[in-house]
Ligand binder design. Sequence first.
Ligand code: CP
Ligand code: NVA
Length: 308
Amino acid sequence: MTRHLINLADAGGDAIAAMLNDAIDRKAARAGFPKGKADADAPLAGRVLAMVFEKNSTRTRVSFDVAMRQLGGSALTLDSGTTQLGRGETIADTARVLSRMADVIMLRTDDHAKVEELARHATVPVINGLTDLSHPCQIMADLLTVIEHGKALPGLEVAWLGDGNNVLNSIVEAAGLMKFNVRIGVPEGYESDAGFIANAQAGGANVRVVRDPAEAIRGADVVVTDTWISMGQAHADAKLAAMAPYQVNDALMAHAKPDALFLHCLPVHRGEEVTDAVIDGPRSVVWDEAENRIHAQKSVLRWVFGQL
Ligand code: CP
Ligand code: NVA
């Protein structure tokens, strides 16, 4: 059966652990290599990744391209503005054609149903490069970063502050699969997907929504936030006002554990969801997190090809 990574549950906890171990090993094995040099074993030699972007991207685009080079393969970047997708060619037909021309497809899109449809009609693996619902590849990089910085996943206390968005949904999903806990500090009306929370709780994770930002962050090992206005959402003053108390600043960070890590998927809106002092401060690991998109996705790519 063709393996897809639409959400983290498609892989499950054991495969996620295997991918994270692989990422740690492969990252160490190529220390000091120029970024575009292939790994010694070039496990995806000759394979082509087709990336389709219906939304902007810096990290996802570059990290998947570099990941494929390091695995010995190659990648090409498509967008709706310059392909027939933008003129109404269907997702299903695009899936059929790209399956004949590429070995794996990545899609970033506004509507989660589109990546599911692509996977239904593709005969090669499909990877979710962000939808309105979830961002699984980001969370693979986040988990890798947390482990690299010496924190084990089981029992980890993660605090989320701000908007209940796609990134949070994948963190919550990971909590259920990897057995860590999430305290979600969100204002009323901006909660994340209830289905992901219910699944994580059924998986044994302690996932709670709280209104008080200090309560959300108290004793946290890891503090995470993201933009208050995601791509495709309208700018709304009411939303920004509701989010203001959830800004991650030094006063709020004082409630976390002294060695708490700060994560942000980027791009950041400095002075909104986080202050410069926090994101540029000693507890921030956001640049490691960004680099780890490459290392984590290499292992995702190996997993969809059945190599893990
Ligand atoms: N974090 C992330 O997915 O960044 P891009 O939007 O730049 O790809
Ligand atoms: N929540 C953000 C993540 C960007 C990587 C968005 O969807 O725009």
